[in-house]
Design a protein around this ligand. Sequence first.
Ligand code: TMP
Length: 238
Amino acid sequence: MQKGELLYKGKAKSVYKTDDPDQYIMLYRNDTSAFDGEKVAQLDRKGLVNNHFNAFIMDKLAANGVATHFVKLLSDTESLVKRMEMIPVECVVRNLSAGSIVRRLGVPEGLDLNPPTFEFFLKNDALHDPMINDFHIISFKWASADEIQQMKTLTFKVNDILKDLFAKAGMLLVDYKLEFGRYHGKVMLGDEFSPDGCRLWDAKTREKLDKDRFRQNLGNVIESYEVVAQRLGIALPK
Ligand code: TMP
């Protein structure tokens, strides 16, 4: 697999072309950002940890019937992925209240949300990822009604699989964000699943083990990501 030109540089990952027009290389960098890029830092080992973490989760999801763009690990910080046409919306499921929903709705943190709630956000840092609804997505042709339904169904299916996976490892999956794309017209999971894009709390102590440690200056950011990986049985190179 030949690595080609840089196609896109996001806040934490870079995407490169390959000699196969149907596949890209995703490079996980140590760059860490929060609040839509307002707070940034370099965190040692973050690229490696998130790349391996994502590979483990994507394999787990695929084994449970969720089609994803992930093909295989290429190195500690690179993965081969399918070339998708990304849908510019973020799908968020919340099992417990935390983060923006606490601020927006004035509810306490840590409420059990039963059933879990679902929100769409527009992927647009300059606008601070505003919340949108199904009608916006259809009116502005970001996705079709059928694709919206598929994104919701898949996002909840991921919840069933991952809530259980994290619970068995002593953690609460508080919330998470997924992004989808089209691969030859089929809706598939893209982007990444790592502690950068979800909230994970220790089930007993409710200690935060995710990117809120960075957002809230709690320290031990990557150390906590490594604790999560270790509890899931993900082998990380030293
Ligand atoms: P929020 O509480 O800030 O709305 O975020 C909900 C979850 O989605 C949380 O786990 C963080 C994740 N998320 C991202 O990773 N990137 C984003 O741009 C947004 C809006 C949320």
